[in-house]
Design a protein around this ligand. Structure first.
Ligand code: CMP
Length: 138
């Protein structure tokens, strides 16, 4: 069924000039962009977005990194969007990401891993609502 996922192009990929390359890869993979925003997370906002990871050892670094520079947030629409997008981005650790995946092509490390992709329909909805009002999406 056609549904939606949420993605961010993370600070590393924005800083390295990969916004265009990643959006091109996403659209060529069959996803329709239904919301799009160039913005930045404050440390407080990054902590809120990643609250589910607050007990993890990497949480403080993750918050620092995600608030270190601008990001691009987007809502994507496609049949089976959440699962298909996770296939398109590849494993969290770019060293383990399949050839041709976004993280294989554009990511540097497990933390600076170029993109985020929602892990469930429920989180896709929550994460999309975190960044976009009803007026900012199609
Ligand atoms: P993402 O899937 O966007 O959401 C959680 C993020 O935490 C993940 O991407 C990585 O960027 C980061 N992350 C996950 N595991 C580790 C780890 N072991 N060390 C540092 N960062 C991590």
């Amino acid at each position: 069924k056609t549904n939606r996922t949420f993605t961010m192009i993370k600070p590393d990929a924005v800083a390295n000039g990969h916004i265009g390359g990643i959006l091109d890869h996403i659209t060529k993979a069959g996803f329709k962009i239904v919301a799009l925003k160039y913005t930045a997370l404050t440390p407080a906002k990054a902590g809120e977005f990643y609250a589910v990871h607050s007990e993890r050892g990497f949480f403080a670094d993750l918050v620092d990194f995600m608030s270190s520079g601008p990001i691009v947030a987007a809502i994507l629409e496609k049949e089976n969007a959440v699962a298909d997008f996770r296939t398109v981005i590849g494993a969290t650790d770019p060293a383990k990401a399949e050839p041709g995946t976004i993280r294989n092509l554009f990511a540097k490390s497990i933390e600076a891993n170029a993109v985020h992709g929602s892990d469930s329909d429920e989180n896709a909805e929550i994460e999309g609502n975190f960044f976009f009002s009803a007026f900012e999406r199609y």
